[in-house]
Design a protein around this ligand. Structure first.
Ligand code: NAG
Ligand code: NAG
Ligand code: NAG
Ligand code: NAG
Ligand code: NAG
Ligand code: NAG
Length: 360
């Protein structure tokens, strides 16, 4: 009796527990189906809108801006440009930005002062500092391969690295950063920087970088020996004003400017092809083929890659990096300069390169 009641109780408990488990499981499954549905719905929406699955932003909270701020003294113009740019970005941004700033010890102190300067009222700013020497170590191999071809004169240990940060940023940035935008300090945003982040969703699936065209004939100049012997449109201006049309370089390729660099860090970390492209043998081969000797750092490299491996770079519209430097107009190219310099459209970013004053 005692035994049978006990067995009954035990059975009851089993049944009840089983029922609870069943209900729980049913809900769980339903829940996970709903969850998957939800995910599918999002993915489908992305596909319809932009045609790629890896759309930005997957993690909507992260809008990572990268700046390099080194070798600064309190009185240097870079210091004011930096402050103005941060002020400007906070002013025009509709999204919460995270500033990632590569500094040396002295410059960090100045950066902190400049940041404090632009914070008024209850404005807040999220930022992190990264040490330039540590960063330089992480990309040393890249720098050694690139400097002989793309630097005007070899400098000190880390000053060379400054010109190639964008190529190795995937090693410097925290692993959880998927997308980054590296900016020069001589920029002025006329419109919301969210417009620039949105460009990630226009990336072709194979693109690691997004760059706007160089708006001077500098690459025509550098490529003149190659162009004299080869029938090529490399270095010619974009005849087609719609450079975002289907074909990659419809007619003419001016090269790229690296004042604004969009980087898909996630894709880059996963790309074995990229490691091949930055290898000494590839860089040797490309520079020899085009008899290329540059002095503009990473953008020289991007220009060659843009011609040799165009699937790796997404050309973004010139309105996202409207350069203002007219130096080449006065140095032998006055007759064709305007063809390169023209940039129609609603400008988002002005770039006061070669110390050109930005009309605001
Ligand atoms: C720069 O100026 C600020 C305030 O004007 C001062 O506190 C700071 O020590 C200066 N930094 C350097 C490196 O001179
Ligand atoms: C802030 O942005 C507005 C337009 O969005 C502009 O009119 C104003 O001049 C900007 N202020 C500063 C300090 O940049
Ligand atoms: C910051 O200031 C603005 C207006 O000055 C106000 O509307 C807002 O509530 C403030 N935010 C916080 C977190 O105090
Ligand atoms: C790259 O290759 C060239 C030619 O073979 C060689 O002279 C140079 O030292 C190499 N550079 C690096 C960084 O390996
Ligand atoms: C150069 O190439 C283009 C297109 O491939 C061709 O139409 C043109 O005739 C060529 N010009 C010369 C001089 O070979
Ligand atoms: C990483 O690359 C491999 C092969 O190149 C590919 O199959 C995989 O989907 C990639 N993963 C991501 C997250 O892009």
């Amino acid at each position: 009796m005692w035994r049978s009641r006990s067995v009954n109780t035990f059975l009851n408990i089993c049944i009840v527990t089983g029922f609870i488990l069943l209900v729980y499981y049913a809900f769980l499954t339903q829940d996970s189906i709903n969850h998957r549905k939800h995910l599918r719905r999002i993915v489908r929406k992305d596909t319809q809108n932009i045609g790629v699955l890896t759309s930005f932003p997957r993690k909507t909270k992260e809008y990572n801006i990268w700046l390099v701020f080194t070798k600064v003294t309190n009185v240097s113009t870079l210091s004011y440009k930096f402050r103005d740019l941060i002020h400007n970005l906070l002013n025009v941004s509709s999204v919460p930005l995270k500033f990632n700033i590569i500094v040396d010890k002295v410059s960090q102190g100045i950066a902190e002062n400049q940041i404090a300067d632009v914070l008024y009222g209850n404005k807040t700013i999220v930022y992190s500092f990264y040490d330039i020497e540590e960063s330089a170590k992480k990309i040393q191999d890249i720098v050694e391969v690139m400097t002989p071809h793309f630097s005007s004169k070899p400098g000190t240990y880390y000053s060379d690295a400054l010109f190639y940060i964008s190529l190795g940023l995937y090693r410097i940035a925290p692993q959880n950063q998927d997308f980054a935008i590296l900016l020069d300090c001589d920029l002025y945003f006329k419109k919301d920087i969210a417009l620039l982040f949105n460009q990630f969703s226009n990336f072709k699936p194979s693109a690691l970088f997004g760059l706007a065209p160089e708006l001077t004939p500098v690459y025509r100049h550098i490529l003149h020996m190659y162009k004299a012997k080869h029938n090529t449109t490399f270095g010619d201006f974009y005849h087609d004003s719609n450079i975002l049309s289907k074909s990659i370089h419809p007619r003419g390729f001016q090269g790229y400017n690296s004042g604004v660099v969009l980087i898909n860090l996630r894709a880059q970390r996963n790309s074995t092809e990229f490691l091949e492209i930055i290898s000494n043998s590839t860089v040797q081969r490309m520079t020899a083929k085009y008899r290329f000797r540059g002095h503009l750092g990473d953008q020289d490299f991007y220009t060659l890659v843009g011609n040799e491996y165009p699937h790796l770079i997404q050309t973004i519209n010139c309105k996202f990096n409207r350069q203002l430097c007219t130096w080449w107009r006065d140095h032998g190219y006055s007759n064709i300069f305007e063809n390169y310099f023209k940039c129609n459209g609603d400008i988002v970013v002005l770039h006061g390169n070669c110390n050109t004053r930005i009309p605001k």
